[in-house]
Design a protein around this ligand. Structure first.
Ligand SMILES: Nc1ncnc2c1ncn2[C@@H]1O[C@H](COP(=O)(O)OP(=O)(O)OP(=O)(O)O)[C@@H](O)[C@H]1O
Ligand SMILES: [Mg+2]
Length: 401
């Protein structure tokens, strides 16, 4: 990993020399300046991850002024303020200008290195958060633009379906199919409206949070899933543990999450990549998607999913597994990024898993991938906190307002 770029601003030559030597020896790339004029030039020319700035410089210059400028010019950059005249007031001012740390002179080598290492990790995190925020804003702009046009297309579909359905001579078999298509178009309309909410970051206002019996909803969704999978000759196995506790969420979101995962699973089984992986075995290889549910306690889940950070003691686990092409390890961390797709622009927008993860996190849940070698299939595990009575009282109040 590339080491941080560091700017050192201090009027004492010995301090500049010592900091430059210690940090360069550790592989950091360091530039130094004895005053703010030169420092300003440097920040207008190059990007820095960390700025180590003296509080009081010669000719009445105040290092805080540089911190204020850094906030607008280089928002990723983390500042460490150093001072030979420490005071509580000075430290608070530095923090108000977003200084990550305040150190007093004389400086000690170990403390400098430890502080720079910690600040460097913080700089990386802030950079990632800002990039993610920018992405969210792009998604928001795109979603808002798409909603209107897509809503119009759905209207055309629904109007034509209604015309078909009004034909009294339509055989019952076709009526069922058309009704399902009409329901799906209606749900699609509701879905894009909800997604617009995500873009505007006012999602909670639009959610209709209720207690949801996950098993019951999966049962309700089953015919729709079979409609999607049967044409591709894929079997669906649903294995629900009796007595799974309810969760509190918008019903439409659970449906959106499951559809996203099952459509991805279908594509992974029937797509080109799987054909390549399985070769002539494709016909004999089992084409199967499995949906399983169970209730588990947080400590059991922490053992199985080390990155899981529980907010509750009890969880509902939903797993969607497939016998498809699998997800190579190097791309697993990328699949939740907005616009990441391996299906080509015509077949995928790369928004499915991004939306899925965003929705799950909104309910303080999490999602994990488990996928081994190529062709060994994939399991997506969703963890959602069980509904507790207190929680629903709060949300009931929220939504009645
Ligand atoms: N079950 C799966 N098996 C293999 N790869 C998968 C699976 N689910 C997702 N992926 C990979 O993750 C990528 C991102 O998935 P995501 O659902 O976000 O977008 P997409 O399916 O490509 O497009 P769309 O926006 O239409 O859903 C996919 O392009 C695919 O490479
Ligand atoms: Mg998808």
């Amino acid at each position: 990993m590339k080491k941080a770029n560091i700017l050192v601003v201090d009027d004492e030559e010995s301090i500049r020399f010592v900091l430059n030597t210690i940090l360069s020896n550790e592989g950091y790339s360091v530039r130094t300046s004895q005053n703010l004029v030169k420092a300003r030039e440097m920040i207008s020319e190059s990007e820095f991850d960390i700025a180590i700035v003296d509080r009081i410089l010669r000719d009445g210059e105040d290092g805080i002024d540089l911190l204020a400028e850094l906030q607008t010019v280089q928002p990723f950059c983390q500042a460490i303020m150093i001072s030979a005249y420490p005071s509580y007031e000075s430290a608070v001012r530095a923090m108000n200008y977003n200084a990550a740390t305040y150190l007093t002179k004389p400086l000690e080598k170990d403390i400098i290195l430890e502080t720079v290492q910690r600040t460097s990790a913080r700089a990386r995190m802030v950079r990632q958060q800002l990039i993610q925020k920018n992405r969210m804003e792009t998604v928001a702009a795109l979603t808002s633009g798409m909603v209107h046009d897509f809503g119009n297309i759905l209207q055309i579909i629904m109007t034509n379906l209604e015309l078909f359905l009004s034909d009294k001579h339509l055989p019952a078999f076709n009526t069922d199919k058309l009704n399902r298509a009409f329901d799906a178009a209606l749900r699609g309309e509701a879905m894009i409206r909800r997604n617009l909410g995500i873009g505007r970051c006012k999602e909670q206002e639009n959610d209709k949070k209720t207690t949801v019996n996950v098993n019951h909803e999966i049962g309700r969704l089953e015919p729709i899933l079979r409609d999607i999978l049967t044409p591709k000759d894929i079997q669906l196995k649903i294995s629900l543990t009796h007595g799974v506790k309810p969760v509190a969420m918008d019903l439409g979101h659970l449906e959106q999450i499951l559809l996203n995962l099952c459509i991805n699973a279908r594509d992974a089984i029937s797509g080109e990549k799987n054909r390549y992986v399985t070769g002539s075995d494709l016909k004999t290889k089992r084409k199967l998607i499995k949906i399983e549910t169970t209730s588990l306690q947080a400590d059991e889940l922490c053992r199985d999913y080390p990155k899981f950070n529980p907010v509750s003691t009890d969880y509902v686990r939903i797993q969607v597994s497939d016998t498809g092409c699998g997800i190579p390890r190097d791309i697993q961390p990328r699949v939740f990024e907005p616009f990441f797709t391996t299906k080509g622009k015509k077949n995928g927008s790369g928004m499915g898993l991004f939306m899925t993860q965003t929705l799950i996190k909104r309910y303080e849940g999490d999602i994990f991938i488990s996928s081994g070698e190529q062709g060994s299939g994939t399991t997506f595990t969703i963890l959602l906190p069980e509904w507790k009575e207190k929680q629903i009282q709060f949300t009931d109040k929220l939504y009645s307002e």
